[in-house]
Design a protein. Structure first.
Length: 468
């Protein structure tokens, strides 16, 4: 991850000294009114996304065949190939069976816009019915569906690599087709879906696409188009919120933004690095919080904002880091809850939190520590309404491909079976109890089954020892 920081910090240096954006003006009466939003019981949820999980499910010769802007990026060699991911389109029943075993209260999944509208104005009605069926199956299993209408990827017909000023949110067709897509999906879901996420991490996607140059349209330091895309994303978020409310009066609209925690550094005179880094975090939520019921926090790691972050370009390893070099810092989650709650005055949900770990014992420790932070925040009076772990199963993780293992379930590469890890059983117990619990020693029957299926004798014995 260090190499991705270089262009980010260069733009900060070029920007000069910039102050933090002023906080929105929120009155005490507004805060009191927003606290009355009825979201039901505390959400112990699991999050996933369509592109990272689903296989295409249609052949290239089919008129409903689709591709996304990310497919174009992988075809150019700038990201690992996806293949068929977890086959979650064709093998949705396996995801559902795993969810029935874990029994979260909520499951967050996304709708692939390109699948629904493979060509401008041409809709795949069968795909729409499939997503609606998923929501109904979840509800029948006692799991509340939470639907993300956009999770990073765009239909390829909105993507113009040679002209970033006309790509994705900035494409001339984006506004009208986005409104039509949102309207079509919300009408189709009807009474089956109450919780909606219009966009997933738009702040992170915009920064990664127009500043870091890693995601489509892969622009480095393109600040003018970043600002234009930010304006377009905000406009389309607000339009989708209005559509959702017009079609479902009791809808709960959730803002989901990326909040990596930036720490001050001695090598940051005038807080140039820190203020700019925080500005990229806050630019988007500052402009859409008022149309949301819940402010969602996607949090994974903290990072120092300063010149010292440029000293080493090696991916850090060790007990304080995930397998992909993300720094483990539970206290920073509390700081984010303080920041977002204080800034916007809305109820909070942790909409993504998890770790890429080769050993499940590390995942268990990570989850336990971060969930304890959520419990502490609730105890101290913060209005936290839910916690979603990322993710149900190991999946395609963008630039990391399949090297980053975030799942409560492993995937058997030979038959795509979902194999529940000890962390899945821990989360099951947590959701059932409704509060923090420490993992118990797992039965010898389960351990024998896991050993036989995966040949993990040494690993399972080690993990069982760690979680006694």
């Amino acid at each position: 991850m260090k190499e991705t920081l270089f262009p980010f910090f260069i733009i900060i240096l070029l920007s000069g000294c910039v102050s933090l954006p002023p906080a929105p003006q929120v009155t005490d009466s507004q805060r009191a009114a927003w606290k009355k939003t009825n979201t039901g019981k505390f959400a112990w949820g699991i999050a996933a996304s369509s592109y990272q999980y689903e296989d295409p499910g249609v052949s290239p010769s089919d008129k409903m065949y689709f591709q996304t802007d990310w497919d174009a990026l992988t075809a150019s060699g700038h990201a690992p190939p996806k293949g068929n991911a977890d086959y979650s389109w064709s093998l949705w029943d396996r995801d559902l069976q795993a969810l029935k075993k874990i029994k979260p209260t909520h499951y967050r999944f996304s709708v692939e816009w390109a699948r629904i509208e493979p060509q401008p104005g041409i809709y795949n009605e069968s795909a729409i019915r499939n997503y609606v069926s998923r929501a109904r199956q979840l509800k029948a299993a006692g799991i509340e569906p939470v639907v993300s209408l956009w999770h990073f990827t765009f239909p390829q017909w909105l993507y113009d690599k040679g002209n970033p000023s006309r790509s994705n949110w900035l494409h001339p067709l984006a506004d009208s087709h986005w409104r039509a897509f949102v309207t079509k999906m919300v009408r189709a879901f009807g009474s089956d879906v109450r919780f909606y996420i219009p966009q997933n991490e738009p702040n992170g996607q915009l920064t990664t696409a127009y500043i870091l140059g890693l995601w489509p349209p892969a622009r480095i330091l393109d600040y003018p188009n970043y600002r234009r895309a930010l304006d377009a994303s905000v406009r389309q978020f607000r339009e989708s919120a209005a559509i959702i409310r017009s079609l479902r009066k009791d809808a709960v609209i959730i803002s989901v933004e990326a909040y990596p925690w930036w720490e001050h550094s001695w090598f940051d005179p005038g807080n140039i690095f820190y203020n700019n880094a925080q500005r990229f975090n806050l630019d988007h939520p500052d402009r859409i919080y008022d149309v949301c019921d819940i402010m969602g926090i996607n949090y994974y790691y903290s990072r120092v904002a300063g010149l010292d972050s440029l000293i080493s370009f090696k991916t850090p390893h060790g007990p304080r880091y995930s397998s992909i070099g993300w720094r483990i810092d539970p206290i920073a989650l509390y700081k984010n809850i303080e920041l977002v709650s204080g800034r916007y005055g809305k109820p909070i949900m942790i909409t993504e939190n998890g770790i890429a770990a080769e050993w499940d014992a590390k995942r268990l420790a990570y989850l336990r520590k971060h969930i304890m932070i959520v419990e502490l925040a609730k105890k101290n009076g913060y209005d936290v309404r839910g916690y979603f772990v990322w993710s149900l199963a190991d999946n395609y993780e963008w630039h990391y491909g399949y090297a980053a293992q975030f799942g409560l379930c492993a995937i058997d590469p030979y038959n795509m079976e979902r194999i529940l890890r000890p962390s899945a059983f821990y989360f099951r117990d947590l959701a059932a109890a409704g509060h923090i619990r420490y993992p118990r020693k797992f039965s010898s029957v389960y351990l024998y089954w896991l050993q036989k299926r995966q040949g993990w004798q040494k690993r399972v014995a080690y993990e069982n020892e760690r979680i006694r």
